[in-house]
Write a protein that binds this ligand. Structure first.
Ligand code: FAD
Length: 456
């Protein structure tokens, strides 16, 4: 009899695992069934802001593979609209509710992949039935928001609550659609994934793009009329609006796993070893937004919910389930985003993280340009480096700038990943031509400045 693999959550982490396992083991050897409570599999939530803005035309452009492709090409039985409601580790079976047809199914497993993703944070005031209030976690959320934006009377004003990268990307999407946009953030700056000085640059640039940013403001409720949202109530007054988008962050979706006895670590994610096996639970693997992983710089367990990690972790789990050997090396928190033409990149530790992890460090911000100063289109770029003191090992980096800024973070991520010092970085052989960089690339200028700061 073939071994049975059940996957709970059929998106990035889950289906990367299923695909890799299938590559290594034929269907007579391994039967794979994947459950997802949603209507889509292998979809890109990351693309939602660009579909909302209209840059991407069709929702289905965001779906990489459908169940028919998985069935015909991968011999994976994907069952959408099936919510797994219980995992019984003793009986080795899952219980799934058929959300479309009704009823319940029980499926036996030998091996299980837990890849349930993350759950959006919804404070009490956000639990409203008011029309015009949207999350942006799933393609269904995107469908509902697009429908609202296109329906008459067309919304003219939008409030985005939460200034993380999803809130920032949604503010862009709504500005691009021609709405007047207010972004409300409880902290002193949006983009708390970078240090306050760099976040200040983001806020300033966003204001320049016409986004009304209100920081240090706490939302207390929503105002409605005839069932429609009309305003966001805050401790700084009410912001009238026709549509509210919630971007308040996420937390690992572990409830089902915890109920079954899967261990949860201090970051709130499921505890896994480097092969993505759930610690202490035979035959159960986990991947993606729901797991805890190692931060390679701080050495701390972290949960950083990003698609890039989910895909890699799922692949590692799948290779191992398929009989190979692979390990996930941990993360350094590299991420990029943009608001219109303003780009933001970050990797490693912020100053606050470095302090919390007990490092002594220097930090510098170097201002330069993305191209030679005389070359058309040259625009400013700020590169921040945080380097260990003494020694100069790179601990963290952040970039805020216009075109060609964000992906420069990858150079810094590679340097950081490999434990380079800022001194060694000054000699990096990076490409130069006037359309692409000044003769000293912004990364090199920042490294030189950090070397000087270490010498002071
Ligand atoms: C708007 C937006 C923009 C983003 N942009 C980026 C970006 O630019 N870069 C980046 O790296 N990441 C980005 N992300 C994050 C990225 O989408 C996630 O990190 C990634 O999707 C995580 O993959 P996952 O498989 O762990 O979880 P998910 O993709 O959330 O998949 C989990 C699946 O499990 C299903 N599920 C949950 N519970 C059950 C259950 N009990 N039974 C059955 N099914 C269940 C859910 O329906 C879901 O389909 C973005 C996310 C959003 C929302």
């Amino acid at each position: 009899m073939a071994e049975r693999l059940i996957v709970v959550g059929a998106d990035a982490g889950g289906m990367a695992a299923a695909s890799q396992a299938r590559r290594r083991r034929g269907r007579d050897d391994l039967e794979i069934v994947a459950f997802d409570r949603g209507r889509f599999t292998s979809y890109s939530a990351c693309g939602i802001p660009y579909w909302i803005s209209g840059l991407v035309d069709e929702r289905d452009d965001l779906v990489a593979r459908d169940p028919a492709t998985f069935r015909d090409e991968y011999h994976v039985d994907v069952r959408l609209r099936h919510e797994v409601t219980a995992i019984d580790l003793d009986r080795r079976e899952v219980v799934a509710r058929d959300l479309a047809g009704g009823g319940e199914v029980r499926e036996r497993f030998d091996t299980l992949v837990y890849a349930t993703g993350a759950t959006p944070v919804h404070p009490g005031w956000a639990r409203t039935e008011a029309a015009g209030v949207f999350g942006v976690q799933t393609l269904d959320d995107g469908d509902a928001l697009r429908d609202w934006l296109e329906r008459d009377p067309k919304p003219r004003r939008a409030v985005v609550v939460g200034g993380g990268y999803i809130g920032v990307e949604m503010a862009e999407a709504l500005i691009v659609r021609g709405l007047s946009v207010t972004l409300v953030e409880q902290a002193d700056q949006p983009m708390s994934t970078v240090d306050p000085d760099m976040a200040g640059l983001v806020a300033e640039a966003m204001r320049g793009l016409g986004i009304d940013i209100r920081t240090g403001v706490t939302v207390t409720g929503l105002a409605t009329r005839d069932g429609r949202v009309t305003g966001v109530c805050t401790d700084a007054g009410e912001f009238p609006t026709d549509v509210v988008v919630l971007g308040l962050g996420v937390r690992p979706n572990t409830a089902l796993g915890e109920a079954a006895g899967l261990p949860v670590g201090p970051s709130g994610g499921i505890r896994v070893d480097r092969r993505m096996r759930v610690i202490g639970v035979d035959g159960v693997w986990a991947a993606g937004d729901c797991v805890e992983t190692l931060h390679r710089v701080s050495g701390q367990p972290v949960n950083i919910p990003l698609g890039t990690h989910a895909n890699k972790q799922g692949r590692i789990a799948g290779i191992n389930i398929g009989g190979g050997y692979a390990t996930f090396p941990g993360v350094i928190g590299t991420a990029v985003t943009k608001v219109c033409d303003l780009e933001v990149g970050r990797t490693g530790l912020r100053e606050s993280d470095a302090t919390a992890a007990g490092f002594q460090f220097v930090s510098v911000v170097a201002e330069s340009t993305n191209r030679a100063g005389y070359y058309p289109g040259a625009r400013t770029m700020s590169v921040k480096l945080i380097a260990e003191k003494p020694g100069g090992r790179l601990l963290g980096a952040q970039i805020v700038g216009w075109s060609e800024a964000a992906k420069r973070i990858d150079t810094l991520a590679v340097a950081l990943w490999n434990g380079m010092t800022v001194d060694a970085m000054t000699g990096l052989d990076l490409g130069y031509a006037p359309p692409y960089a000044p003769v000293w690339d912004p990364v090199l200028i920042a490294a030189r400045k950090a070397v000087d700061a270490l010498a002071e």
